[in-house]
Write a protein that binds this ligand. Structure first.
Ligand code: TRP
Length: 445
């Protein structure tokens, strides 16, 4: 069978797809809270510095490994570094993609349930107490989260079924601008709320006293997750970018968009919370329990609530397709089967794990290990261990193992960009020790 790669048709398409992978639930619901909790603008400054010095070089390394390898994460690495040790990097990336995708589909399923509730006016007149009970009974029903998980995964599969340019690229070119417009509309409507100033202050007030070693770790973890580093997704997308395009400019545009969108999301969420003077919550509660009653109270809340959950859903699906594609591409190249068949296999594999993780969240569940349910374990293992280690290995592979000229050529296009040497130096000397040090610190704590 011919293994001719389908690729992105244009630079704009490549940017949309890579930005689509980056901008996800991590930006819209996790970043605002992590930022506010860790010192606001102080966190933001650290976040931007770490993104520039560590995450962008590693992101570029991942994209360029894909460009040099021209296949999925496993086969690209096999081709570039025949030494068996590097296969561990490929396997841990694939494991991370499988684990993250499985729990990501569960949460994305929740956003679909809540999009449905918002659309059908079910937030009208509800209280926080009522939403808490409704959320608990939803998660505990078992079958409803599983139903939405499988629907969400099916939508992913359909998009990927159309292929790289007609499926992934076309979908992102449509959805990413739409997402941006919706977010801008929400942010504008938030400026008219009474709690706008307070919300902005809460998000951005620099509080250096909150900055500790943990803040720096949180910033790096968030930045890696947000740029989809360490799961082979960016590597796979990198293999689809035309070789004449400059990866550096793509990576920089995507990183800036990701930060801007995360900040805009904060400017939507916090003014709303402060306008109604309710207690702030974090994690899933913020989005699924605190916000819905507020949408139910505000003028035009039906539209705002629907837009908000539609936004979460769009952000989620453009990210999850990149993780699924990382796995699909691997299965196609390993078993020499058609795309459709590979998608079917992965639909089953992710569907089963996703369902198990959804069940592990029920109060009556016995899927608990050392006091933590399997859902939380999947997140911990992938986000705190596999992803940083894969990021570290990617930096060492591109910065030390593969020939310098090859990497530099892959990083830019024909004409060399002046910043290329700086990126290479960062990749070689700064990223590995910095990531290793931060990983070890997190491990000790
Ligand atoms: N970047 C996405 C977010 O912020 C999550 C994500 C998508 C991801 N693809 C990934 C994370 C690959 C790690 C690896 O929500």
């Amino acid at each position: 069978m011919s293994m001719q790669q389908d690729t992105f048709g244009s630079k704009l398409g490549a940017i949309a797809a890579i930005a689509g992978s980056a901008v996800g639930l991590g930006n819209i619901w996790k970043f605002p809270y992590v930022c506010a909790e860790n010192g606001g603008a102080a966190f933001l400054i650290i976040y931007i510095l770490l993104t520039m010095t560590i995450s962008i070089p590693v992101l570029l390394a991942e994209l360029s490994l894909g460009r040099m390898g021209q296949q999925d994460v496993y086969h690209s690495i096999l081709r570039l570094a025949p030494n068996k040790r590097w296969i561990i990097l490929a396997i841990s990336s694939l494991m991370a993609a499988y684990l993250i995708l499985s729990f990501y589909c569960v949460i994305s399923g929740w956003t679909m349930e809540y999009l449905w509730q918002a659309l059908s006016g079910q937030f009208q007149g509800v209280t926080e107490q009522y939403m808490t009970e409704r959320f608990v009974s939803f998660v505990n029903s078992g079958h409803r989260p599983i139903f939405w998980t499988l629907i969400f995964l099916a939508l992913n599969s359909i998009i990927l079924g159309f292929g790289v340019s007609k499926g992934i690229e076309r979908c992102n070119k449509l959805l990413i601008p739409l997402l941006f417009i919706m977010l801008i509309l929400l942010a504008i409507s938030a400026t008219r709320q009474a709690g706008w100033r307070e919300g902005v202050e809460f998000l951005l007030r620099p509080d250096w006293s909150k900055v500790t070693g943990r803040t720096i770790l949180a910033a790096l973890g968030q930045s890696f997750f947000s740029l989809s580093i360490g799961a082979g997704a960016m590597l796979t997308y990198g293999s689809y970018v035309d070789k004449k395009e400059n990866l550096m400019s793509i990576a920089i545009i995507v990183s800036i968009s990701s930060i801007v969108i995360a900040l805009l999301a904060g400017l939507v969420i916090f003014p709303t919370v402060f306008t109604y003077d309710v207690a702030l919550s974090s994690g899933p509660s913020l989005v699924f329990i605190t916000l819905p009653p507020l949408f139910g109270m505000m003028n035009g809340g039906l539209v705002v609530g629907t837009l908000f959950f539609a936004l979460l859903f769009l952000a989620a699906i453009t990210s999850s397709t990149s993780m699924l594609e990382s796995l699909v591409s691997f299965v196609i190249h390993t078993h020499h089967i058609t795309r459709a068949r590979a998608i079917l296999i992965l639909y089953s594999a992710v569907g089963v794990l996703g369902s198990i993780l959804a069940l592990s969240q029920m109060d009556s569940s016995c899927l608990i290990l050392l006091g933590k349910n399997l859902f939380d374990w999947a997140d911990t293992v992938a986000s705190n261990h596999l992803m940083p280690l894969a990021g570290l290995a990617t930096a060492v592979l591109a910065g030390h193992y593969i020939e310098k000229n090859k990497v530099i050529d892959a990083l830019s296009s024909k004409e060399r960009y002046p910043g290329v040497d700086v990126i290479y130096l960062l990749l070689r000397w700064v990223c590995p020790p910095a990531i290793a040090a931060m990983y070890l610190t997190a491990f000790i704590h």
